[in-house]
Write a protein that binds this ligand. Structure first.
Ligand SMILES: *Cc1c(COP(=O)(O)O)cnc(C)c1O
Length: 368
């Protein structure tokens, strides 16, 4: 068995969801995005924990939705991604709510429904400024009108996505909110109970006027606001994930001893080296070998030395000692020390999202 695990603090995750609930108020619904393995936390586990606390779940694609249904998840599930024509029957059979991104897609879906003598539940996606998927502003009313008046398409929602809601520059977000307000008004004039939704994490934290009928905060639900300095006052969420491994082997090395592939690290003096069972095969990126990354052992920081391997890495304990089997915190808190995801994402010039979803399936996700 792999001795490296991701521990999910269930109580902290639920606390984050409740903080969001309190912030958005009782008239706004909460949709939790669980795409990409629930941001690396484990798709089914996180959905099961969240289900009693949210109104909706959202996934990126058919397979993720099917996985949830297979595991007994009953809450409404919205599929964000554009569908492939071959996927329609499975989407409908699994009671997944479908995103319509264009008039062409709406017509394909309606044709399918007429032939299969069924109705499907859809959300119309409008591109208010993300430049990705959805009807552009000049096509939006036509598409909403087509869907709203089509008897086989049940227009559950109309939505759009914010492109820069975590940026200090508010111009684009304000424009997107204004555009979406216009479309939402139009959609409600055709169908008053249609659910309009726009806000992602940044929207939830910084733009109450972006809430409409439902919000879709992803990263912040897992405890990672983009700018914790300003966000934590508004929404004091905390990470619910720890990445923990163990010491597999200890050795005392003489001065001038090379460590790991290529001997990029050579000891200057006698020191103790611990080998840890995690590597880039687990999503712990090899580039961190050169970026002065530490781990925590018995509440103390120790540097990773030499190249990170696929399944292992080495840490220098200096003159300190430890025991084989001792816990090694890769991400998380140990005593007064903490290693945050942000430390890795900053060093790797990326965002917390990418580090989180990069942890591979080899690491068991354990709920505590
Ligand atoms: C991923 C996603 C979200 C959540 O985004 P966060 O930045 O994680 O809050 C919301 N809506 C859509 C359409 C998405 O694709």
């Amino acid at each position: 068995m792999h001795t490296t695990n991701i521990y999910i603090n269930k109580a902290q995750f639920i606390a984050n969801l409740n903080l969001i609930r309190n912030k958005i108020g009782s008239h706004t619904k909460l949709c939790l995005p669980v795409k990409a393995n629930a941001y690396g936390h484990g798709l089914v586990n996180m959905a099961q924990i969240a289900a009693p606390h949210v109104d909706y779940l959202a996934v990126a694609c058919l397979d993720e939705g099917v996985e949830l249904r297979r595991n007994g998840i009953r809450v409404p599930i919205l599929v964000f991604g554009a569908f492939d024509d071959q996927q329609i029957s499975a989407l409908v059979a699994n009671n997944l709510e479908i995103t319509i991104t264009s008039l062409d897609k709406a017509k394909i879906l309606a044709d399918y429904c007429y032939q299969a003598e069924t109705i499907c539940q859809v959300h119309v996606k409008i591109d208010t400024g993300m430049g990705r998927v959805g009807a552009s502003m000049n096509e939006a009313e036509e598409l909403v009108n087509f869907v709203a008046s089509n008897p086989v398409l049940e227009m559950i929602g109309v939505y759009s996505h914010l492109a820069a809601s975590d940026s200090p520059n508010r111009t684009l977000t304000e424009l997107q909110i204004e555009r979406f307000t216009h479309i939402a008004k139009f959609a409600k004039s055709l169908k008053p109970e249609v659910m309009c939704h726009l806000a992602n994490s940044g929207g939830v934290i910084y733009y109450p006027e972006s809430y409409f009928d439902m919000v879709r905060p992803g990263i912040v639900s897992y405890g990672y606001p983009a700018h914790p300095e300003s966000a934590l006052e508004l929404l004091p969420v905390k990470p619910c994930l720890q990445l923990v491994s163990h010491i597999m082997q200890l050795k005392q090395i003489a001065p001038e001893t090379g460590i790991s592939y290529g001997h990029r690290y050579v000891s200057k003096e006698q020191e103790n080296i611990a080998t840890i069972a995690i590597g880039y095969g687990d999503g712990f990126r090899r580039l961190l070998s050169t970026l002065d990354q530490h781990v925590l052992i018995n509440g103390k920081k120790y540097p990773i030395v030499g190249n990170i391997c696929m399944d292992m890495l080495m840490v220098s304990l200096g003159k300190d000692s430890a025991q084989v089997g001792d816990k090694v915190i890769i991400i998380g808190i140990d005593g007064s020390e903490e290693i945050q995801i942000r430390e890795l994402s900053d060093k790797l010039h990326t965002i917390d999202y990418e580090i989180l979803v990069g942890f591979t399936s080899r690491i068991p996700r354990i709920i505590v």
